[in-house]
Every structure is written in structure tokens, then in C-alpha cells.
Design a binder for this molecule. Structure first.
Ligand code: PRT
Ligand code: MG
Length: 213
């Protein structure tokens, strides 16, 4: 019974390695050095597939992978259909925030109830956030480089992930509101959890015991 784990390259892969190690699993290839998309491990029945971060929920939902690791941002945007979300792994941490140019008075715009244009890749999170505040927004969907939107007049504000804040600073933008804290979660295909109950339980328990504080 093979177990397939979906991970994305970069921070999620790197920060999941210690959890895998705690479960006795060593990945045998370095994704930064090889072009392979399926990575073997020291466990003959466990393999890792490398997918785009935003594709992890799709693989897990439809059973292309039995389980995966994805950011709370990605999971909220995708929805949790067909998946069970047993653990917050407390890795790949950052926050979702609203940012504007330093000369834009966000507080006044919100207070006056003016319509603001918000550019973001995270339209679901942005829609919920502004709806909860009762603020009217025109959402503009982007796929990257959100920081450019307020600088070019495309939008007054952006909703984006912030970690150190250096990307915002480099583009002279300021974080005006924190929407939510983000970390990555383990997601498991619901059918797989029934069919492969024992090996998946063991893996989930080993991950749970190794979550960083
Ligand atoms: O890069 P790609 O388009 O393939 O996909 P991705 O950007 O979704 O993948 P990846 O690996 O960059 O991010 C995977 C997950 O890591 C995200 O879904 C988040 O849950 C989490 N994470 C943690 C982050 C960050 N920290 C982060 N800082 N994801 C993105 N960033 C970006 C942010 O979008 C912004 O452009 O880093 C920039 C801000 O960083 P600071 O340090 O300058 O503030
Ligand atoms: Mg990225």
C-alpha cells in the first residue's frame, strides 16, 4: 500500500523534512538539484510528489496524493472538499495583511465607507475580510507581484502574505491591517484515510508529536 505525500518546493518542503524525519522517513533526493517530480524515500511504500503550492489541495482532494502540506491561505482559497485537516504543523509561518502606499489614508477610507480597489491573489480571504468589516471593495485578481498595484494606480490596497516585511519596505508600502496568522497544515484525502487507515494514522501521529512550538 503506497502512501503519496504532496509537497511544494521551497519553504514547505524544507520545513516538512524534520517532521518526516521524526516519522522515520528520509527523502532520497534533493528537489533543488534534480528535476524529478516523484521523490523516493527510505521507506519503499512512501513517496513524495512535488507540485505547485496552490495545487496541493487539488492533488489531495482528488486522490492524486493521499496527503499533503499546504498553507492556510491556499486551503481557504481552495476550500476543504474531500479533505480532512487533522493538524496545524506550525511551519512556513507568516501573516495575511492589507498594505497600501504610505500616503494613502486607509483608516479614513474605511471610516468614510468609500469604495476601495484591492488587488490580490487571495480573493476569497479578501472578500470575507472586507465583508466582515462592512467595507465596499472592488477586488482585482492578480497572480503575482501584488506590490506593484498601489505603485501604478491599479489599486489603493493589496492583500498579501507578509513574513519579514522586507518586500513591502522595498516597495515603500506599509502594512495597515493584519487579517490572519498563516501556517501550513496537513491535509488528508478522506477516502485514503479509510482505505489506508493504519499507515496514515502512524504518519499523522508521528507528525503530531514533532510539531515545532
Ligand atoms: O512560488 P509559487 O508561485 O510556486 O507558489 P507559492 O508562492 O504559493 O509558494 P511558496 O513556496 O512561496 O509558498 C508556500 C506557502 O508558504 C504559502 O502558501 C504560505 O502559506 C507560506 N509562506 C510563508 C509564504 C511566506 N511565508 C512568504 N513570505 N508564502 C509567500 N511569501 C511571500 C509573500 O507572498 C511576499 O511576496 O514572500 C513575500 C513577503 O516576504 P517578506 O519576508 O519580504 O515579508
Ligand atoms: Mg512563492
Amino acid at each position: 500500500m503506497t502512501i503519496t505525500l504532496a509537497l511544494s518546493k521551497g519553504r514547505i518542503f524544507e520545513e516538512t523534512l524534520p517532521l518526516l524525519r521524526a516519522a522515520g522517513i528520509e527523502v532520497l533526493e534533493d528537489p533543488e538539484k534534480s528535476r524529478k517530480l516523484i521523490l523516493a524515500t527510505n521507506q519503499p511504500d512512501v513517496r513524495v510528489v512535488l507540485v505547485r503550492a496552490s495545487d496541493v489541495p487539488t492533488y489531495v482532494q482528488y486522490g492524486g496524493a493521499d496527503l499533503g502540506v499546504a498553507g492556510r491561505d491556499v486551503l481557504i482559497e481552495h476550500g476543504l472538499q474531500g479533505m480532512y485537516q487533522p493538524l496545524d504543523l506550525n511551519i512556513a509561518k507568516c501573516r495575511m495583511s492589507v498594505a497600501t502606499r504610505a500616503d494613502f489614508d486607509y483608516a479614513a477610507a474605511v471610516k468614510q465607507g468609500s469604495r476601495i480597489r484591492v488587488a490580490t491573489k487571495y480573493t476569497e480571504i479578501a472578500r470575507q475580510h472586507f465583508a466582515d468589516k462592512g467595507v465596499h471593495v472592488d477586488l482585482i485578481k492578480l497572480y503575482g507581484s501584488m506590490e506593484l498595484a498601489p505603485l501604478t494606480g491599479l489599486a489603493e490596497a493589496i492583500v498579501d502574505l507578509v513574513s519579514t516585511g522586507s518586500t513591502l519596505r522595498a516597495n515603500k508600502l506599509v502594512e495597515v491591517e493584519r487579517i490572519m496568522d498563516i501556517s501550513s497544515r496537513l491535509v488528508v484525502n478522506q477516502a485514503a484515510l479509510k482505505l489506508k487507515r493504519e499507515p496514515l494514522r502512524q504518519l499523522i501521529d508521528a507528525f503530531a508529536a514533532a510539531i515545532p512550538k
